[in-house]
Design a protein around this ligand. Structure first.
Ligand code: FES
Length: 403
């Protein structure tokens, strides 16, 4: 506050002053010098003022329309995933761009409208004020409110109800547009999304390996990294096998490989290969299944002889081969690092370590539970498959689980 005026004002004096008087007093007390001030439209009913108002209105109306369009698309658009060749793929691929264009357009239009309004209607003014120390006195508090009132009146916003309404609505819609996407995170974790398929059923209890319980044969699938390429007849995934069955001899002693569930119906390799079969999409679903990845470890023979087997899971391994869930039991990172000299499995997120010779039990770090082990075997053709499901949910603990 200024030291420039020593007069003290009582509450009674202040409440008797009009808003204009308080605003003037506030400027004086704050040592504000208005060096330059010019109204944008000093003459009433200036046609230029009407044109300026129309320009602002158009931008704000556009913001409202785009905001409503965003909300409509977010809530009602057919957003469910469609694979290559499926009906509705074109509409599905437009979903994200439409959300981006409408929300981005809403925010940009709102910004342009607000800037245009400021430039066309707020009086041009250059003021200079000296800084002061200490807390504000009552007189300052009252006069600042008066100054804000004065700004509101001189901005003419109070009497421009159309612009005021559109500005408010546009701001609300833009705000809703930013909050609405969080709605996609609200899910019922107990409600199955679908029947169990190669990604599980969408709950924490299942994985792609759960298909074994449904009577399906599920092989251990090795990721080849194969991708579909542009051919003479355009982009096609026919004949592309992303996952192939694995044999024990594919791994040398002390090696580890990440494998994914490969249901028998999706096999397209070896003597079952057909260049007309289109299994690429199914293989990618398996790889992307959040609880599907499994570490297949072939222990060195001298280490395997020392392995401690978990009670009730003595036959889960196949010779020197052990399959552990790759999902860390701490908070779910991939425990990808296997060190063959110590037979430790390391999770890089918070350095939990698991002992591959001791049924994957944690030996260091924050993880408290062993990595679930997948029961495996080899069929008559020499391919590795899951002879059962995990006996416990994979990944971090959650309230309902018992172990
Ligand atoms: S997620 Fe693996 S140690 Fe934290």
């Amino acid at each position: 506050m200024s030291n420039h005026d020593n007069k003290k004002y009582s509450s009674e004096e202040l409440s008797k002053m009009s808003n204009a008087e308080l605003a003037r007093l506030g400027a004086e007390l704050d040592d504000v010098t208005i060096a330059y001030r010019k109204e944008r439209f000093p003459i009433a009913n200036d046609p230029a003022e009407k044109r300026a108002a129309a320009g602002v209105t158009i931008w704000l109306a556009l913001a409202v329309v785009l905001g409503l369009a965003f909300a409509g698309i977010y809530l009602f658009y057919p957003w469910h995933y469609k694979g290559l060749g499926e009906e509705g793929l074109w509409l599905y691929t437009l979903y994200t761009p439409l959300l981006g264009v409408t929300l981005g357009g809403c925010i940009v239009s709102l910004g342009v409208g607000a800037v245009k309004f400021t430039k066309r209607f707020i009086p041009e003014e250059i003021s200079v004020q000296r800084r002061h120390d200490g807390p504000s006195e009552e007189v300052d508090q009252k006069t600042i409110v008066a100054l804000l009132n004065d700004s509101w009146q001189t901005s003419t916003l109070g009497r421009r109800s159309a612009i005021k309404g559109l500005l408010g609505t546009g701001a609300v819609l833009a705000g809703i547009g930013m909050i609405l996407p969080f709605g996609g995170m609200i899910k019922n974790p107990w409600k199955p999304r679908h029947e169990v398929d190669v990604t599980g059923d969408g709950t924490l209890w299942t994985t792609g390996w759960t298909l074994v319980e449904k009577g399906e044969k599920v092989y251990l699938g090795r990721d080849t990294g194969a991708i579909a390429e542009e051919g003479h007849h355009g982009y096609s995934t026919k004949g592309v096998s992303r996952l192939v069955r694995i044999r024990p001899e594919d791994l040398s002693a002390g090696a580890m490989e990440t494998v994914f569930p490969l249901p028998e119906g999706d096999v397209n390799d070896g003597d079952k290969y057909s260049k007309e079969a289109d299994v690429y999409e199914a293989h990618m679903h398996s790889i992307h299944g959040s609880r599907n990845s499994v570490m297949l470890i072939r222990l060195r023979a001298q280490d395997a002889a020392k392995a401690t087997l978990r009670q009730g899971q003595e036959d889960f391994h196949y010779g020197d081969y052990f399959a552990y869930s790759k999902i860390c039991t701490h908070i779910g990172c991939p425990t990808s690092l296997y060190e063959q000299q110590t037979n430790r499995i390391l999770c890089p997120c918070h350095q939990s370590q698991f002992d591959a010779l001791h049924y994957g039990k944690p030996v260091f770090g924050p993880a408290a539970r062993a990595l679930p082990q997948l029961p495996i075997s080899v069929d008559e053709e020499g391919f590795m498959y899951a002879k059962g499901n995990f006996v416990e949910p994979v990944g971090p603990a959650f309230w309902e689980r018992k172990s």
